[in-house]
Write a protein that binds this ligand. Structure first.
Ligand SMILES: C[S@@+](CC[C@H](N)C(=O)[O-])C[C@H]1O[C@@H](n2cnc3c(N)ncnc32)[C@H](O)[C@@H]1O
Length: 585
């Protein structure tokens, strides 16, 4: 059946001026649909489609007599060519008849999770992709609704369909599957061409096989796309070197390397991670070097504007990550760094973490350091950097545990397609690997910083090592306990607070930690005029000195408590508090 449709399509193409290399054959490959195979060694294989066969927005503009949202109208036009039995005429040409060989040969199904059943969706667990699906459906619905509201025909039915879909989208995954997404590829002859499932079908065809129109028409809106019959039979390999070009309105794809006999001739859809490949094209690649995991950080707009107006922090947007095959083939960096507006971050700042590129992790670390710092601290202070790193590591580890966990929803008992189960496994494992890589990179960075700044950090363990006198004699004296009775301190930070207070009382600070004493004195001097108010400090003082202390006043003790809070960071892995010298990294 598919082979017959393919033959009709290829004959139609050849009759109408499509040029393909002589020695290629298109075959049906399990899991991939059609593929183009070289029958001999081919140098610079080139595929050209004439302007007359390119399906572009101008057709939709002419047919629907519209001006805006051209890609949406083009999707509706393709849904009409597929589902409407009557003709669709533009300039006396019946598009339904003209493009029938193309429309008939489009794939029976796309394995995008947009149309997976609930049992298959469960395989995605709590990943970004799973949680973005409903939002994606809403966005496609809104795109459809926007043009439907201006469509003159079928007014009452369209209005009823809009209400019905809107209501369904607010319901359970199972309900959405049964009433909308399961219908996209199991369409009956009754499917209305203007219905939402028909639009969703068309949308998925565009997502998985459209090309940018600007290749043939540089002045067009950059978001406009075209369909290229036959050229769109080429599958994707990110290693494939290709050039997309135009000549006299025709669109060409040329291989820039020799393809050996028996090998597949690939296009290159651009550097896409498995999340984008799976949701848009319904497939994944093992060991995909473009794999990323997205972290979206929501910031109040006041914080965004503080960052953009007072710091040099880099806040990325999606365009900082996208590489299209067209850009790759041009061999030069074509992306322009356009000035960004604060409003671009209203839905969050996007960080795409990957094993291959640590720059986004560094941008994220800069942001977390900024968020950690107090007004009198610098973004590059050692304490701020170390605490920012801890907070970031904590956030990524939380994401990792939710990504690797299985979904907590109830499996719904639908059949699971093995192809989809494998795709879900590979996608999830790529997400987990990218997150683990980020955690390891942060651990390595922390180690590097702490070993470079060993002398600027004081842990409770270090104190006990180089100041044995403190535990053996000074602390019992201060607490008025017997030197032989055990002193129980329930945390490392309590020990450091008592050490700081003790050193101030006895003036016996060892040389290697003198910086901590100097900083404490300076801090206490600054606070002299402010009333010591820390409830935590007061409570701790009363615990240790229920009858007060002639040596250590409450105020000085509270100063030590607050000093530790201001000049320390907490290792989240073990709760250890570490005193940090006020230096820059
Ligand atoms: C532009 S079409 C390519 C032609 C497609 N094989 C067909 O039969 O129509 C894109 C679709 O091809 C398939 N595809 C492309 N590259 C692939 C790859 N490397 N591995 C698996 N499937 C691939 C996916 O189903 C994708 O949605």
């Amino acid at each position: 059946m598919q082979a017959e449709k393919l033959k009709v399509l290829l004959d139609w193409g050849l009759d109408n001026g499509v040029k393909c290399p002589d020695d290629v054959e298109f075959v049906n490959v399990g899991g991939k649909g059609f593929a183009c195979i070289a029958k001999s060694d081919i140098t610079e294989a080139e595929f050209i489609i004439p302007e007359s066969l390119i399906i572009k927005s101008s057709l939709a503009v002419s047919f629907f007599k519209v001006n805006s949202n051209q890609t949406s109208w083009l999707k509706l036009l393709i849904a009409k060519l597929k589902f409407d039995k009557s003709s669709t005429t533009v300039d006396d040409e019946n598009l339904k008849a003209k493009f029938a060989p193309y429309i008939d040969a489009l794939p029976d199904e796309i394995d995008s999770p947009l149309v997976w059943n609930p049992s298959e969706l469960d395989l995605l667990g709590n990943t970004n992709l799973r949680s973005s699906l409903r939002i994606k459906l809403y966005s496609i619905f809104n795109e459809w609704k926007l043009i439907m509201e201006t469509l003159k025909k079928h007014r009452n039915e369209v209005q009823a369909e809009i209400l019905n879909i809107e209501e369904t989208l607010g319901q359970s995954e199972d309900h959405v599957y049964r009433n909308i997404t399961s219908k996209v590829f199991q369409h009956s002859s009754e499917t209305d061409w203007w219905s939402f499932p028909a639009f969703l079908w068309s949308h998925m065809m565009f997502l998985s096989r459209a090309f940018p129109e600007y290749v043939i028409n540089p002045s067009t809106d950059p978001s406009n796309v075209v369909l290229l019959p036959i050229i769109d039979l080429l599958n994707h390999d990110y290693r494939s070197k290709v050039e997309w070009n135009q000549r006299d309105g025709a669109f060409g794809v040329r291989k820039l390397e020799t393809v050996l006999r028996g090998e597949e001739i690939f296009n290159n859809y651009g550097g896409k991670g498995n999340e984008e490949l799976l949701s848009g094209y319904g497939f994944v690649l093992e060991e995909n070097i473009f794999d990323t995991v997205a972290l979206k950080i929501q910031l109040p707009l006041t914080t965004v504007s503080e960052i953009t107006s007072t710091t040099h922090l880099f806040l990325p947007t999606l365009s900082d990550y996208t590489t299209s095959a067209f850009e790759l083939s041009s061999g030069k960096e074509t992306k322009q760094m356009l000035p960004k507006k604060d409003s671009q971050y209203k839905d969050g700042v996007l960080y795409l973490l990957s094993k291959e590129n640590d720059a986004p992790l560094r941008w994220l670390l800069d942001l977390f350091s900024f968020l950690e710092k107090s007004p009198d601290e610098s973004c590059s202070s050692l304490r701020v950097r170390l605490q920012g790193l801890q907070n970031l590591r904590n956030a990524i580890e939380t994401k990792l545990s939710s990504t690797s966990s299985t979904s907590d929803r109830q499996a719904a008992g639908y059949d699971i397609k093995e192809y989809r189960a494998r795709a879900a496994r590979i996608y999830k494992s790529g997400q987990t690997k990218a997150l683990k890589h980020a955690v390891n990179e942060l651990k390595r960075t922390e180690k590097e910083w702490t070993s470079q700044h060993k002398g600027d950090l004081l842990t409770a363990k270090r104190i006990m090592r180089f100041d044995p006198n403190f535990m053996e004699s000074e602390l019992p004296l201060l607490l008025r306990t017997n030197a032989n009775s055990d002193i129980t301190l329930d945390s490392y930070d309590t020990l450091i607070i008592l050490w700081v207070a003790c050193k101030a009382v006895f003036n016996t600070c060892p040389r290697e930690a003198q910086w901590a004493m100097d900083a404490f004195k300076a801090y206490s001097d600054c606070r002299e005029n402010t009333m010591a108010s820390s409830a935590e400090g007061q409570h701790l003082y009363q615990t240790f000195f229920p009858n007060g202390s002639s040596r250590l006043g409450q105020e000085q003790f509270i100063n030590a408590t607050e000093f530790l809070q201001h000049f320390s960071y907490t290792r989240l892995s073990n709760g250890e508090v570490i005193l940090v010298k006020d230096v820059n990294l």
